[in-house]
Design a protein around this ligand. Structure first.
Ligand SMILES: [Zn+2]
Length: 317
């Protein structure tokens, strides 16, 4: 869901989240938990975190530091953006956007409905850009969504933040000298996911389908699941070539080889957790059996702790 700067201690969030889940399992509603949602901690961090710009290829740059990774394609007449970051970091996102060129922003596509990818929609729309997203992003932003694992209710978004163009399965957009292909492969991280492929540059933004180097969040309450995520990752691997640059929702930009390693981790953890559950192990016993041990050094030291990831997978299998 989110990238946090070094100033916010990631270890602080994992146990908090697990604590919220433990309370929920015990039948304690989030309001009674008296635990500050990680969403609030992340917003506080984004309010001051710097936003950096890195040029990738074919006039496409990636902006980091405001929620999920933002991609910007700069054409001769206008810009095309993927994800809009967190609203509190607007001044730094605007400065970073300005650094990519002086042409106006024409489009922003949301890879999914989570606030760290859509919260900037309102100001970006007010600047004249069209907001494009999956049709379920429109309905979730319109109605509001409770994310139980985060102990947080996202209220309905303001009208100005809502997508005005929607996608169900596929949309091909000719934008200046690029062809941009938006795709949905069903539910994965959520039921609102889109991948965004810049054909000429051969750059693919996959949103939170990929957390490069981190265990991913599975938004079970909004259609996400481990099996859906694995199916999505396999589709994105198929849609990539050996030279395709792949932008994850969180973590470093990488390629098909990196995404394949992530897929192998997901399949391995899913298999281990399913086997333990079939043996009749409770969630606590499954966590104690350390089914992610082989991967923890690489993936477990961020927002989603090994125990939290195991819990989400356990619920699905
Ligand atoms: Zn997300």
């Amino acid at each position: 869901m989110i990238k946090i700067s070094n100033r916010l201690n990631a270890r602080r969030i994992g146990p908090l989240t697990v604590f919220v889940l433990a309370l929920l399992n015990a039948g304690v509603p989030p309001a009674a938990a008296e635990v500050r949602s990680p969403v609030l901690l992340i917003n506080e961090d984004a309010a001051t975190a710097s936003v950096t710009v890195k040029k990738l290829r074919g006039n496409i740059s990636v902006l980091t530091g405001s929620g999920g990774n933002i991609a910007v394609y700069v054409g001769p007449q206008g810009k095309f953006m993927v994800d809009s970051g967190i609203a509190v970091s607007r001044p730094r996102v605007e400065a970073a956007l300005d650094a990519t060129g002086s042409v106006p922003l024409k489009y922003v596509v949301n890879t999914h409905y989570h606030w760290d990818h859509t919260d900037g929609n309102e100001w970006i729309h007010q600047k004249g850009a069209t907001v494009v997203a999956h049709e379920n992003t429109l309905s979730r932003l319109t109605s509001g969504t409770r994310v139980i694992e985060w102990g947080f209710y996202f209220p309905p978004a303001p009208k100005e933040a809502l997508p005005t163009e929607t996608v169900k399965r596929e949309k091909i957009m000719k934008f200046e000298d690029e062809t941009v292909v938006l795709r949905n492969y069903g539910s994965g991280h959520t039921d609102t996911d889109l991948s965004v492929y810049f054909k000429n540059a051969d750059v693919l933004h996959v949103g939170d389908i990929w957390w490069n180097g981190h265990y991913p969040f599975l938004d079970n309450g909004a259609g996400g699941s481990i099996d859906g995520l694995i199916r999505w990752v396999n589709e994105c691997i198929k849609a990539s070539g050996p030279d395709t640059l792949i932008i994850p929702g969180h973590g470093e930009v990488s390629d098909r080889k990196g995404l394949t390693e992530f897929r192998d981790m997901l399949v391995s953890v899913r298999g281990n957790v399913a086997r333990l559950k079939r043996q009749g192990k409770t969630l606590a016993e499954t966590i104690a059996a350390k089914p992610t041990a082989r991967w923890d050094a690489k993936y477990g030291d961020f927002l989603i702790s090994p125990a939290f990831f195991i819990q989400m997978v356990y619920m699905d299998v």
